[in-house]
Ligand binder design. Structure first.
Ligand code: AP5
Length: 221
């Protein structure tokens, strides 16, 4: 089921807010030469650019709610169309609903491709809340943590020297809303992919290295 050599694989990372999808997805993409596609990052980039889509999406993101499926699917479709055909992809934060998963299938089948593996990163809620409270993000997608993975210089990205950002949706009330949306709306996706024999569960509670080793093995195994 997993990739033999990584060419053309489509991997989906599933899991609660703060579990490490971004941290691991960026690394997996660099390691295997795949594109890392985070819908959260695409939406934040649209907001930063001041597009209508970004402004509209921010209303949902600030409330910890999901952005409507049609908006997300269009965004992903455009992004994939601009990518070299056949490149491996690791999706982070997409799909997040069963309708998004079905839409992804349709988009991929148009290109003769399909999802090859879905990795569910798992951690207890108290671990997630502590991780999110310490998160600081670089505009280039690299994620740090003041408790577990600090930058060399306080508040500054090691790779680009840019100031690190404390995400607007990491306020405690918004985090609670995001965790609850994940349980109720994204939870059913686990059964959807399990029924297709695509799901691998990965313990997300170890340190970043240990989780990466387990994830890589699940993707390539
Ligand atoms: P998005 O940006 O996707 O956020 P999320 O899913 O809530 O996930 P996070 O980014 O919070 O967590 P993560 O799992 O990536 O963890 P990270 O690696 O950063 O989405 C934001 C919003 O956009 C959504 O709420 C929604 O409104 C909208 N949206 C996005 N996609 C959508 C879609 N498909 N449909 C509809 N709406 C959508 O790690 C967290 C912290 O922990 C970091 O500081 C990291 O350094 C640290 N850390 C990671 N792993 C470890 C470890 N093993 N040990 C210790 N610390 C660790």
């Amino acid at each position: 089921m997993g990739a033999a050599n990584g060419a053309g694989e489509i991997v989906v990372l599933l899991g609660s807010p703060g579990v490490g999808k971004g941290t691991q997805g960026v690394r997996l993409g660099r390691d295997l030469g795949w594109a890392h596609v985070s819908t959260g990052d695409l939406l934040r980039a649209a907001l930063e650019e001041g597009t209508a889509l970004g402004t509209e999406a921010a209303r949902y993101m600030d409330a910890g709610e999901l952005v409507p499926d049609d908006v997300i699917v269009d965004l992903v479709r455009e992004h994939l169309a601009a990518m070299s055909p056949g490149r491996g992809v690791v999706f982070d934060g997409f799909p997040r609903t069963v309708p998004q998963a079905r839409a992804l299938d349709r988009v991929l089948s148009g290109a003769g491709r399909s999802v090859s593996r879905v990795c569910l990163l798992e951690a207890r809620e108290e671990v997630l809340v502590k991780r999110i409270s310490g998160r600081r993000s670089s505009p280039n997608g690299r994620v740090y943590n003041v408790h577990f993975d600090p930058p060399m210089r306080d508040g500054v990205c090691d790779e680009t020297g840019e100031p690190l950002i404390h995400r607007a949706d990491d306020r405690p009330d918004t985090v609670r809303a995001r965790l609850s949306v994940h349980r109720e709306v994204t939870g059913p996706l686990v059964g959807f992919y399990e029924a297709r024999g695509l799901l691998a569960r990965v313990d997300g509670e170890g340190d970043i290295e240990a989780v990466y080793r387990a994830l890589r093995a699940a993707v390539l195994g």
